[in-house]
Write a protein that binds this ligand. Structure first.
Ligand SMILES: *Cc1c(COP(=O)(O)O)cnc(C)c1O
Length: 348
């Protein structure tokens, strides 16, 4: 099977496993795990932050971050299809009493004017007050969209004047960096908290890191334990993160190239389904609006051909390239997928 459901399906390589096996470890709840500590320091320094906190998942990193910025009954605003409001199962409300409001943007593209239009800080005793803005980069459900650094900067400048804080959901910030050439330090500069995933395109089996100043990270460490997320000899997992940072960032450009190849071959037969110019990174969104079959049906046909994709909604199919997908795999998908898509439109 060629698995294009997500970049989370990658399996640790032999070299990564060797690094995990030989990692020095200690009890991380006591702060004794040298590999976890050095990973936290490394990622914090990479983005220009004082401190970092290793977490089991990106959702946990996001949730620990936003609860540092938004008090119960206050508001976090974000894009309608962002992971924080679509894929974390209401965690902000369930765990932290955070209320959310959203703006919608095609492909999840950030335009500073959108959040600024709905932000309502200091709303007084009758309306909810906005205290933070979350930005997703790259935007997952938007199709791996890379956000403009100029828009991020503009949003930071304007929202600071309003007394608002900003969180970056940077699960795939690695992909954004490779696609845009913008440095990690530059991306980090405009945010109060950041979350990054090591377990997506970077290929680690587990792990995310939450970044902020010392006080917020110390508080997040307490909340991580309270949520049951304090782990012991996690140096074995952190070592996979170190290995991923050493070896798997630059190669993301290959995944991006593969995604563009998929998009180009589909658009050649069905231009309304995907625009290759809009495939910024490793995620290809196929829009089957107007086709005679649903996304689930196309997914079934692909599965019969040995290809796994994911159905986002009845008309949207998502393909994600990653380090376990070779150029030969992409060629195989391109020998099957365009024909199936073309047929889905002709059969009408
Ligand atoms: C994957 C992802 C996360 C974190 O997901 P987990 O499965 O909890 O690790 C957060 N944000 C975005 C945009 C993601 O794609």
């Amino acid at each position: 099977m060629i698995d294009l459901r997500s970049d989370t399906v990658t399996k640790p390589s032999a070299e990564m496993r060797a690094a995990m096996m030989s990692a020095p470890v200690g009890d991380d709840v006591y702060g004794d795990d040298p590999t976890a500590n050095s990973l936290e320091e490394r990622v914090a320094a990479l983005f220009g932050f004082e401190s970092g906190l290793f977490t089991a998942t990106g959702s946990l990193a996001n949730q620990l971050a936003i609860r540092q910025l938004v008090k119960p009954g206050e508001e976090l605003i974000t894009e309608t299809f962002s992971h924080i409001v679509r894929a974390e199962l209401g965690a902000g409300a369930a765990f932290s009493g955070i209320t959310t409001r959203t703006w919608e943007s095609p492909r999840g593209v950030l335009r500073a004017a959108d959040p600024l239009r709905i932000a309502r800080p200091d709303s007084g005793p009758y309306q909810v007050s906005t205290t933070a803005i979350a930005v997703e980069n790259t935007h997952n459900f938007g199709g791996g969209t890379v956000q403009s650094i100029a828009e991020i900067k503009e949003l930071r400048d304007q929202s600071l004047k309003m007394g608002l804080t900003m969180h970056l959901d940077g699960a795939r910030i690695w992909n954004a960096h490779i696609a845009s050439g913008v440095s990690f330090l530059e991306y980090g500069k405009y945010f109060d908290t950041v979350s990054v995933c090591l377990s997506k395109g970077l290929g680690a089996p587990v792990g995310s890191v939450m970044l902020s100043n010392k006080e917020r990270v110390a508080s997040a460490r307490i909340w991580r334990k309270r949520y049951g997320g304090g782990m012991r000899q996690i140096g074995m997992l952190a070592a996979a993160g170190h290995y991923a940072l050493d070896n798997n960032i630059e190669r993301l450009s290959t995944d991006h190239e593969h995604a563009r190849l998929l998009a180009s071959s589909v658009s050649a037969v069905a231009p309304t389904v995907v625009n290759p110019a809009e495939v910024d990174t490793n995620i290809v969104i196929l829009d089957l609006a107007g086709a005679s079959i649903s996304a689930a049906e196309l997914n079934g046909e692909l599965k019969s051909a040995g290809i796994l994709a994911s159905t986002v909604n009845p008309t949207i199919l998502r393909l994600v390239t990653h380090l376990d997908v070779s150029a030969a795999d992409i060629a195989k998908v391109n020998s099957v997928l365009p024909e199936l898509v073309e047929r889905a439109f002709k059969a009408k």
